[in-house]
Design a protein around this ligand. Structure first.
Ligand code: SF4
Length: 1003
């Protein structure tokens, strides 16, 4: 039973009233407010200490409207939250400018620089850690201000009373009063503080506190309201407008003191009613009923209080409570989703999901999304903006900006270019058709050359690809270079060691515009909010406009601010609404059904992270929130929820991640124990319905190519090797054309280096040929002179060719140095080869041969088997002899293994046959290839005597005959569409891209 509303008297003291926080709480409150209106004949001002119940109170006032009230209160009483009321303070325009969170962080940053003592303490922090700490420092400073500033309230009131029209002078006075109060309090507090951490914090507090702080503004606003109440009372002959304060949650002691004092002062000018919550008939546990004492300890219940609690439990609507247990996380989310679904089926429209376990709530939300638009989901737990696609896209730009001066890694660059908000056509000022597939082509180029980082490397890779295209009948793509130029321009603009925050903001905005991202973000709900958050960084007109910081500091500040921001989903009309919220947000709100997920002993109650700087004892001293206070508040919130809502499902995970049993929260167990005496409150074990089905063992994969499947008429050496290694793999990769999305492997890969070695060797030998034609060249001065010339020039060519790559990725320098160590022995090998009569003739020569086979329809098909030979040598004294050489950037051991399986990897045989059959095409007219060799570019040079540089193909004519027969058979089988089985040794399968398709390992 709630108490009757008090009779408003003119005793100039606040009057107290209490409502019972059960299902009728809002109606009781509304009736009380109307009663106040009736008694005073005025429209009361109702201020709620928290904003959550605002809409509910307004709706209840409308429903409980009383008849016969005078015209001046025809409107609903004004209901406002405390925060909004402070914002609406009269004359707020002349308050000191409100500092944004960002500005406060920056003030921590500046103080760190100014005061070496603080800097020493912070020096271990990384950029992002320091900003996190800055937030903690600000919170702690606010807690200190909360304690100290109330002592100022009297002086602030006087200042309002005697304020002059000169706002500046008034502000100066306020500042002076504040300074004096802080200096005084600092001395007092310092005496109480012994440890270094708190001493540092106090120093911060002293330096940071300014009149733009929220705590100071709060007190100024309260003083302004008080002044307005006074003036109003004077104007109306002592009849002030009634002020109703509704305490919706237990205040911190410091707030309690403040509001008690304030209401007493306000009561001098207007009727004041303070409304509390009365837990007498609602509390389901003694701590919820008794609360804490002045020392902050829980009050032990006496017998009558114990009995009261028992009575509350037995008279509660426990038949509507369900206790559901799930064993695993996935089951937990599934049970929560099912529970919500059952409420929807029972035609419940307003449902709450209390997210004690936030992860499970998120998962349940994902499961519920299949219900579509008929269910509107409002996440009040704060969905982080940083988890949206828009923020990820923006982050890709920041990653590009923060890349080292040589340039970003390929994955960072591709991440940026592939973000959906990047407008390529806009960036390059080209038509969308021109840009079609450009980024994909760029990715292919980088992957093919394994160009992993650095602008120079990327440019070199594109140059190579374009060069190849122009010499092979394709057309080079100039847009690729423009693409690189654009990204490089963005990146280079951020290379100064220190940047001015205000111009950095302008530059960032310009870059968002240039990349077309601003325009696309503007069209997206999350993107719009992101752009709004970024506007906070516009410091151009403020105190910090000249502030400079390092790029990493500025970027991590940017990221931290985005990380803090919440994403607000746009609301849409739906048949039912599900609100995902924390327990505290259910206070004084009405729901048709509530599902609480995460009711295990570890998550209910849940305590907020303890402040970084304060112990629980220090919190008590500062009259801040303590663990005990949070514990009591949650017991009350849960009592209120269970008592006021008809259907409450309490769900918990009965096994922890480590498989240990988890019990439900102690509060639930205590309720179970109490209810057991009357009716048992059973736990319902969630059981997922198993799906039944019969499995069949998977057989080895075999594919029969469809008769319509086009079979390529050209076969490269690597494609033929794939066919020999595993026909199924050839089917997947060469016939179906399926490719795994390629990735850049960690570390530097030798592909680009391998290509570069090939190119520089070609250039070197061409230069050698030219030099030999000069009659006076030192090269003709004997073997030593020739050797020296070759070593010097090969060194020089290597430096030159690798230069660009090293500029892009300094790690490549190691590869160059390794190769340069090889050069003397490589030259020795070349000289000994020359002594045998073999001379370099040509390099990078496209060569192949044609086979004619008959397909199943009896049609003759010409199949071209061709590739590009690394090098041809010719013999000086045998006019018909030529040799083919393949450079391998591999150890000789690998080459020996390769040689053992030459019929499965017959690259050299293909070149040899091609050149012998078409000597003109191979540019060796009149000659035949007699010798084929692999030459390693990574020989073991530790022992100069035992260096093995070369491995020849043995018994050339014998293997060639075998190969020629084999290749005809293989191609006949292929064209006959014969079954293509999956078989290969594990060494091949290990790197096979088709493994996921052939499912090797399952059979
Ligand atoms: S994993 Fe092995 S068996 Fe399967 S397709 Fe690849 S190479 Fe063939």
């Amino acid at each position: 039973m709630s108490q009757p509303f008090p009779t408003i008297s003119d005793q100039k003291q606040p009057q107290a009233w209490a409502i019972t926080p059960n299902s009728q709480a809002l109606a009781q409150l509304a009736k009380g407010i109307w009663e106040c209106a009736k008694q005073t004949n005025q429209r009361p001002l109702v201020v709620l200490s928290t904003a959550g119940p605002l809409i509910g109170v307004r709706a209840a006032l409308e429903q409980n409207r009383r008849e016969g009230l005078p015209n001046n209160i025809a409107f609903l009483p004004q209901v406002i939250s405390f925060t909004d009321w402070l914002e609406a303070a009269p004359g707020a325009w002349k308050f000191p400018k409100k500092q944004s969170d960002l500005e406060r962080w920056l003030s921590v940053y500046i103080n760190l620089r100014k005061h070496p003592k603080l800097k020493t303490w912070f020096k271990a922090e990384s950029d992002s850690g320091a900003w996190g700490l800055a937030q903690a420092v600000i919170d702690a400073c606010d807690a200190l201000s909360e304690l100290v500033i109330p002592q100022l309230q009297g002086e602030l009131n006087v200042l309002f009373d005697t304020h002059s029209l000169d706002t500046e002078a008034w502000l100066k006075k306020v500042e002076l009063v504040l300074d004096q109060a802080i200096a005084k309090a600092y001395v007092g507090l310092s005496r109480n503080v012994v440890d270094e951490e708190s001493a540092v914090l106090l120093t911060f507090w002293r330096y940071l506190t300014s009149i733009g702080d929220p705590v100071i503004r709060k007190h100024l606003a309260m003083a302004a309201h008080l002044q307005a109440a006074k003036e109003n009372a004077e104007k109306n002959h002592g009849e002030g407008r009634p002020f109703i304060w509704v305490q919706t949650a237990d205040p911190k002691p410091v707030e309690q003191e403040l509001i008690d004092h304030y209401l007493s002062e306000y009561a001098q000018f207007a009727p004041v009613v303070r409304i509390n919550l009365d837990w007498q008939t609602v509390a389901l546990w003694p701590e919820a009923l008794c609360g804490q004492d002045a020392e902050g300890e829980i009050i032990i219940a006496d017998t009558s209080e114990e009995q009261q609690v028992q009575q509350n439990i037995h008279s509660s609507r426990h038949e509507g409570w369900r206790l559901l247990a799930a064993r695993r996380f996935e089951e937990l989310a599934w049970v929560a989703a099912k529970a919500i679904e059952s409420h929807l089926l029972a035609n419940k429209k307003k449902i709450a999901l209390v997210a004690q376990d936030r992860l499970a709530a998120r998962r349940a939300r994902a499961l519920l999304s299949r219900l579509g638009d008929s269910l509107r989901i409002r996440d009040e737990t704060g969905w982080k903006l940083s988890t949206t696609r828009a923020a990820a896209a923006f982050d890709s730009l920041l990653e590009l900006i923060r890349a080292p001066k040589e340039g970003p890694s390929a994955s960072v660059l591709l991440e940026f270019l592939q973000n959906p908000y990047f407008d390529l056509a806009h960036s390059l000022q080209k038509s969308p058709e021109v840009c079609l597939g450009l980024v994909a082509q760029f990715e292919d180029v980088l992957l093919a050359s394994q160009a992993k980082s650095g602008w120079e490397t990327f440019v070199a890779a594109i140059d190579k690809a374009n060069g190849y295209a122009s010499t092979h009948g394709g057309s080079p793509n100039e847009q690729l270079i423009e693409l690189i130029r654009f990204a490089k321009k963005l990146h280079l603009a951020w290379q100064s060691p220190l940047l001015e925050c205000s111009s950095a903001y302008t530059q960032l905005q310009n870059h968002l515009q240039d990349a077309g991202m601003a325009q696309r973000l503007e069209k997206d709900a999350a993107g719009k909010q992101l752009l709004e958050v970024l506007k906070r960084f516009d410091l151009s007109g403020g105190l910090y406009k000249d502030l400079k910081m390092r790029l990493p500091e500025w970027l991590s500040l940017l990221k931290t601010v985005i990380e803090e921001a919440s994403y607000e989903e746009a609301g849409k009309e739906a048949e039912a609404t599900l609100s995902i919220l924390p327990l505290s947000s259910t206070r004084l709100r009405e729901f048709d059904a509530v599902v609480v997920v995460g009711c295990d002993e570890q998550q209910l109650p849940a305590f907020s992270e303890p402040p970084l700087f304060f112990s629980d004892a220090l919190n008590r001293y500062l009259k801040s929130s303590t663990i005990t206070a949070q514990y009591i508040q949650q017991a009350r919130d849960l009592s209120q929820l269970l008592v006021s809502c008809k259907n409450v499902d309490l769900i918990w995970q009965s096994k922890s991640k480590s498989g240990e049993p988890l019990r439900p929260s102690a509060w639930i167990q205590r309720l179970q124990a109490m209810l057991k005496k009357k009716i048992p409150w059973e736990v319902v074990e969630a059981k997922l319905k198993p799906y039944e089905g019969q499995s069949q063992p998977i057989q080895k994969s075999v594919s029969i190519p469809d008769s319509d499947l086009i079979i390529p008429k050209t076969v490269s050496p690597s494609a033929y090797k794939a066919l020999r290694d595993c026909p199924y793999r050839y089917y997947v990769s060469n016939l179906l054309g399926l490719r795994k999305a390629k990735e850049f492997e960690e570390g530097f890969d030798a592909s680009l280096a391998g290509q570069t070695l090939h190119a520089l060797l070609k250039n070197f030998f061409q230069a050698l040929k030219t030099e030999e034609k000069k009659s006076h060249s030192t090269i003709h001065g004997g073997t030593d002179a020739r050797r020296q010339w070759m070593i010097d020039h090969l060194m020089k060519f290597s430096e030159k060719e690798f230069e660009k790559l090293i500029a892009g990725d300094a790690r490549i320098l190691g590869t160059l140095r390794d190769w340069q160590k090889q050069i003397p022995s490589f030259v020795d090998w070349q000289l000994s080869r020359e002594n045998e009569g073999w001379h370099y003739h040509d390099a990078e020569v496209p060569i192949g041969f044609t086979l004619t086979i008959t397909d199943p329809d009896g049609v003759k098909q010409d199949i071209r088997i061709a590739g590009r030979a690394d090098r041809f040598d010719i013999h000086q004294s045998v006019a018909s002899a030529a040799a083919v050489i393949d450079y391998k950037n591999q150890k000789i051991k690998k080459i020996t293994q390769r040689a053992e399986n030459i019929l499965d990897d017959p690259q050299l045989l293909i070149y040899a046959r091609g050149a012998s059959e078409n000597p003109v095409e191979a540019r060796i007219p009149g000659r035949e290839v007699e010798q084929a060799e692999w030459v390693t570019l990574r020989a073991d040079i530790k022992n100069a005597e035992k260096i093995i540089r070369v491995h020849p193909v043995e018994d050339m004519s014998g293997v060639m005959a075998e190969f020629s027969e084999q290749v005809v058979n293989d191609l006949n089988d292929l064209w006959a569409h014969k079954p293509m089985p999956a078989f290969a040794p594990d060494s091949v399968c290990q790197y096979c891209e088709a493994r996921g398709i052939c499912r090797k390992g399952m059979w």
